[in-house]
Design a protein around this ligand. Structure first.
Ligand code: GLU
Length: 227
């Protein structure tokens, strides 16, 4: 198990993500990381092996990482040892993701991408999905996510940000838990592995269905099924 938190809204994302992850520490983890978007800039990624406090120190409790949209992760390593490089988030050129779960067919997918000339930094099954989303990206995140999850076997909850879409967090899950929260003003939205991560901000939440895709933006939450 591990923890995922995602946020988009008016407030600074990094302190909210760190606080949310701290509420998920009970699930166990060996490393942690964040990706935060500041307007049009690409997501800035910071990761640290070990306690969440290591990550928090690196970014001054979140103050050193500016931006109002982001995804955070505490990792329980299943593929590749606990290390800074294997920690999430993982990225392709235009996409950054956090993942909870296990991609059972990641070796076949990695071979497929290696043949297409893709290279990998980590030993994780997760980076294969980041590269696959990047490779299959057609300018439409929902369509791309839909096409990619059809290729995956195993369990997953993903938080995803695309370079082309500032202020938007996408998410999808199968077998692994993920909830969506809507802030009181509807101008801020959350994803999380479990309710305590967002309870300080909202009590309005929804348990995502398998293979349902959500888009969190400043306009609220949109849900997409396979059709
Ligand atoms: N399988 C992924 C990894 O080893 C995610 C593990 C998790 O759920 O934390 O990085």
């Amino acid at each position: 198990m591990c923890g995922i938190v995602g946020f988009t809204g008016k407030q600074q994302a990094a302190p909210i993500l760190l606080e949310g992850l701290s509420k998920l520490e009970y699930r166990g983890y060996d490393s942690a990381g964040l990706a935060v978007r500041d307007g049009e800039n690409l997501a800035e990624v910071v990761k640290a092996k070990g306690r969440l406090s290591n990550l928090s120190e690196k970014i001054d409790g979140g103050n050193a990482l500016k931006g109002t949209c982001g995804i955070g992760h505490t990792r329980w390593a299943t593929h590749g040892q606990p290390s800074d490089i294997n920690s999430h988030p993982h990225s392709g050129e235009r996409v950054t993701i956090v993942h909870n779960g296990i991609i059972e067919n990641y070796i076949e997918l990695k071979d497929y991408l290696l043949k297409k000339g893709r290279t990998f930094l980590s030993e994780t099954d997760t980076e294969v999905v980041a590269q696959l989303l990047d490779y299959k990206y057609n300018g439409d995140p929902i369509d791309t996510i839909h096409n990619v999850i059809r290729m995956l076997k195993g369990s997953f909850a993903f938080g995803i940000v695309f370079a082309d879409y500032p202020d938007v967090v996408y998410a999808v899950r199968r077998e692994s838990p993920l909830i969506v929260g809507i802030g009181e003003e509807k101008k801020e939205c959350f994803i999380a592995s479990d309710v305590p991560a967002i309870l300080n901000y909202t009590k309005k939440y929804y348990l995502m269905d398998h293979d349902e895709i959500v888009k969190l933006s400043h306009d609220g939450v949109e849900f997409f099924d396979s059709h």
